[in-house]
Design a protein around this ligand. Structure first.
Ligand SMILES: Cc1cc2nc3c(=O)[nH]c(=O)nc-3n(C[C@H](O)[C@H](O)[C@H](O)COP(=O)(O)OP(=O)(O)OC[C@H]3O[C@@H](n4cnc5c(N)ncnc54)[C@H](O)[C@@H]3O)c2cc1C
Length: 506
């Protein structure tokens, strides 16, 4: 007689139930690959799936494709078009007569949306398979919870939507981004005390300071908290506003003792436009147009009748009209909590990806391209891609995401050779070489090469008689009729590259 314990009995029951499920499934058509999120990377996944003729369904929470990009539409990208269009999407749209934008041009978020993402979403091979206004709330396996091991890879995923509907999937590509989950003001990663109550005076990163939100910022005192690209972009926009609205005051609060790291590679940056962001910020500090407050670690926020006050260590606080929390983003993995995930404990990114993107060691140009192998989870068929695949690391580039989904879709199609190959043209210097040099930057800012050279010479001439290098740049700009802030940014960029005497101290 066979002796069975309770566990074996339960196991036997589950196994036979499982056989029934698998038998029933053998008669069903294969469910689609579900892509969560119709941002740049989710749409690229759809283009690759269409290219490979794999059935797919793209679920998007917003009313249109590029829902998050639309919210930062006023921001200029720092990567030119050639890095912003996915390969399969280019082929697909090209066949439909799409006018491809100039490879070297830098689009805004709105350009990206209107000239690329929306046309892609409207392509006849993608449009019928997108559902808008459809938020994915949870993902699991059909009739199988996270505990069950045997045969779990053979049952489809169940994707639960906000309205309760459940959709089956043979694989899930999670391209839901991180835009909807910004970090808090609290220096320790938790919301600062009082942060929620003061929400009316706190903007998340990237307010449209020069456009729709202008009235909220003009003539007011704003504290920008954070040290990434979003902070730099907002500070530069505020400085522009301050030129027209001189009462506008700008304070920049950072946790670090020294802002150098926030300036990035400046002229050494592989993406010149991003380098310019850092050098522009550097100039704003050196010229006193932005007040830097280092070592500021927000722990409490107090709403006042006349504004809002941020508190750091005892005796240190900042009173202002409003705060811009440019403190980065974090992924929300809660939709996959019933799946088996292996995430890096620091970044919350897929573990094998984390060492490639550690913000302490890497800028985006140095990230090795990676694909289905690095992105595979212990849950077979579930992949986290795009911005979300970088967890809390801020260095994600769309081009990296396009390579991720190319490789994953090839693996889903069984083409392991293509899946293992590396097709991303993003070598360390490749991005830079496309638009390298201060002259190219000057041209993009509307300054001819001749005028740019004159600006450098005039600056050098003024250096001897000006109180500071920044003053010399401004005097040269005035002499040549060049916009002051453009001249300051170009001078900072050129200082390192051409070793202009004295301007390094700008
Ligand atoms: C201001 C800014 C500037 C940037 N500039 C550059 C640049 O110059 N070059 C570059 O290469 N990269 C840049 N990036 C980084 C990155 O490439 C972009 O954030 C890009 O949009 C990421 O694409 P994504 O598809 O991964 O995510 P997103 O664009 O964030 O798309 C995610 C989509 O998923 C949807 N979604 C979210 N949750 C759910 C859910 N539960 N169910 C259904 N749908 C959901 C959202 O509505 C959204 O449409 C920038 C980012 C920012 C914020």
């Amino acid at each position: 007689m066979m002796v069975t314990d309770g566990h074996s009995l339960r196991q036997g029951y589950f196994d036979s139930m499982f056989v029934n499920i698998l038998t029933a499934m053998a008669h069903e058509p294969e469910p689609p690959v579900i892509v969560v999120g119709a941002g740049p990377v989710g749409l690229a996944a759809a283009a690759h799936l269409a290219d490979r003729r794999l059935p797919f369904l793209l679920l998007e929470a917003g009313d249109t494709a590029g829902n998050s990009v639309r919210e930062w539409g006023h921001v200029q990208l720092f990567s030119p078009w050639q890095y912003n269009v996915d390969g399969a999407a280019r082929r697909l749209l090209g066949a439909e007569g799409w006018p491809e934008p100039d490879a070297d041009e830098l689009p805004t978020g709105t350009d990206l949306l209107k000239r690329y993402l929306l046309p892609l979403a409207e392509s006849p091979v993608i449009a019928p398979y997108i559902r808008y206004g459809t938020t994915v709330e949870a993902i699991s396996r059909l009739d199988v919870d996270r505990m069950r091991t045997v045969g779990r890879e053979k049952v489809p995923f169940v994707v639960r939507l906000a309205d309760g509907e459940e959709v089956l999937a043979q694989a899930v590509i999670d391209a839901s981004g991180t835009w909807r989950t910004p970090n808090m003001l609290g220096a320790n990663g938790l919301p600062a005390r009082g942060e929620a109550a003061a929400a009316s005076r706190i903007f998340n990163a990237m307010p449209d300071v020069l456009g729709t939100e202008r009235d909220r910022f003009a003539g007011r005192h704003t504290v920008v908290v954070g040290a990434g690209h979003s902070a730099a972009t907002t500070l530069l926009a505020l400085a522009d506003l301050a030129k027209a609205e001189p009462e506008t005051r700008i304070t920049w609060a950072i946790r670090a003792a020294d802002p150098t790291r926030a300036f990035g590679g400046e002229s050494d940056d592989e993406l010149p436009a991003r380098g310019l962001l850092g050098s522009g910020l550097h100039m704003l500090i050196d010229s006193g147009r932005v007040t830097l407050v280092p070592n500021f670690r927000t722990h409490t926020v107090e709403l006042r009748d006349d504004g809002v006050e941020l508190f750091s260590r005892p005796g240190q606080s900042l009173l202002c009209d409003q705060v811009v929390a440019a403190t980065g983003y974090r992924p929300d993995h809660s939709i996959a909590s019933e799946l088996r995930l292996d995430l890096d404990p620091i970044l919350s990114a897929p573990r094998p990806v984390a060492p490639l993107i550690d913000p302490n060691d890497h800028a985006c140009g140095t990230v090795r391209p990676h694909g289905y192998r690095e992105l595979a989870q212990p849950e077979p068929g579930y992949f986290i891609v795009g911005m979300k695949s970088y967890g809390r690391a801020p260095t994600f580039l769309m081009a990296t995401g396009y390579e991720q989904v190319r490789s994953i879709v090839a693996s889903l199609a069984g083409d392991l050779e293509a899946a293992a190959s590396v097709e991303l043209v993003l070598p360390e210097t490749g991005v830079c070489s496309a638009v390298a040099g201060a002259e190219a930057l000057a041209q993009r800012m509307g300054i001819s090469p001749e005028l740019h050279t004159s600006l450098l010479h005039a600056t050098a001439r003024h250096l001897g008689r000006s109180p500071s290098a920044a003053a010399a740049v401004m005097a040269a700009a005035a002499e040549l009729g060049v916009d002051e802030s453009v001249a300051l940014q170009l001078a900072a960029y050129a200082a390192d590259r051409f070793d202009v005497p004295g301007t390094n101290s700008c």
